[in-house]
Write a protein that binds this ligand. Structure first.
Ligand code: CDT
Length: 312
């Protein structure tokens, strides 16, 4: 019997600072209802999707930035989303800023969760590749302070068998790193769900700006193909507080092909019928890891962080 799930990528348009979590959750619920009408089993929402993308601002005082974080999940504002997912029988994932207390310490993570059809958190991932910088940069017209506001994720890249499919997550900048996909590939991942907030401009390297869309798809398509997995990449898109964010949310098959892509930069649901047996035909041939990988020649990948050029 083939394993097919209908998957929805629920792109969100911009979220301004004045928007409340209640407004955002209403928009997410509307997309879940649309997904139900299209018979979706799974819906993927973007990174940090309950608020505006706050790392664009420098806050001296952590109590100000903490307003963008959630201290429990589901909380009062998100409960309607969890209840609706359960009522509709849809599994979904979404990203949020997570604040936890560990003894006397406070930890802040850029987190994504998978919520199962019983409305329970089934799997959690905390972003590992945090982009940007940690101090105010006067040369930028907007900041990207993820390194200031978040701790590096401490959960690795977990994969879990849910609905008869091996599912994992990563978040935004993680999608540019081949290690992200391979660590999940080595757990036989078949579906990677990821959300992103990608400004169309990267002030330190304006020469790349016209390639933002190409690099988005290049990374996700390569990750899908080389690891024989479906990848669902979902944007928070549009003009947020004056900053233009990439759209083009996509559902990508293990062949590396984009099978569905958003055409707006607003709230938009795209869907695809995803056959997970398609992963097998790649996992058993080109990317039969057991047969073809040569890890004895890969030790530099974990032994070394930065590149060291040859002496001559
Ligand atoms: N949210 C996120 O990770 N965005 C980054 C852009 C960073 S620009 C310094 C991305 O990789 O899309």
């Amino acid at each position: 019997m083939s394993r097919i799930l209908n998957i929805g990528a629920a792109q969100l348009g911009p979220i301004q600072r004045s928007d409340t979590r209640k407004n955002v959750v209403e928009r997410m619920c509307e997309l879940l209802k649309q997904a139900k009408k299209k018979n979706c089993d799974v819906v993927v929402f973007p990174e940090l999707c309950l608020t505006t993308f706050f790392p664009r601002w420098f806050f001296e005082d952590s109590s100000e930035v903490d307003n963008f974080f959630e201290t429990e999940m589901p909380n009062k504002e998100c409960k309607p989303l969890f209840d609706l997912g359960q009522k509709l029988g849809i599994l979904f994932s979404f990203g949020f800023a997570e604040l936890i207390k560990v003894g006397k310490d406070t930890k802040r993570f850029n987190t994504s969760i998978i919520v199962n059809t019983k409305g329970e958190i089934e799997l959690k991932y905390r972003k590992i590749h945090l982009p940007g910088h940690s101090e105010f940069d006067e040369k930028r017209s907007f900041q990207h302070l993820e390194k200031r506001y978040f701790d590096i994720g401490d959960l690795g890249f977990p994969v879990s068998r849910i609905m008869n499919v091996n599912m994992g997550m990563c978040i935004c900048n993680d999608r540019r790193w081949s290690e992200t996909y391979r660590v999940m590939g080595l757990q036989d991942v078949e579906l990677i769900m990821l959300g992103y907030n990608t400004p169309l401009q990267n002030p330190p390297a304006p020469e790349h700006d016209h390639l933002t869309s190409f690099h988005n798809h290049l990374s996700m398509q390569a990750g899908a193909y080389q690891n024989a997995t479906w990848v669902v990449g979902v944007a928070k898109a549009g003009i947020e507080e004056g900053v233009h964010h990439l759209g083009q949310s996509s559902i990508i098959s293990p062949s590396g092909e984009i099978v569905s892509m958003a055409t707006t930069i607003d709230d938009e649901l795209i869907t695809a019928s995803c056959n997970f047996d398609l992963c097998r035909s790649y996992k058993e041939t080109w990317f039969n890891f057991e047969k073809h990988r040569q890890p004895q020649h890969y030790h530099l990948i974990t032994d070394r962080i930065g590149a060291i050029p040859p002496e001559k």
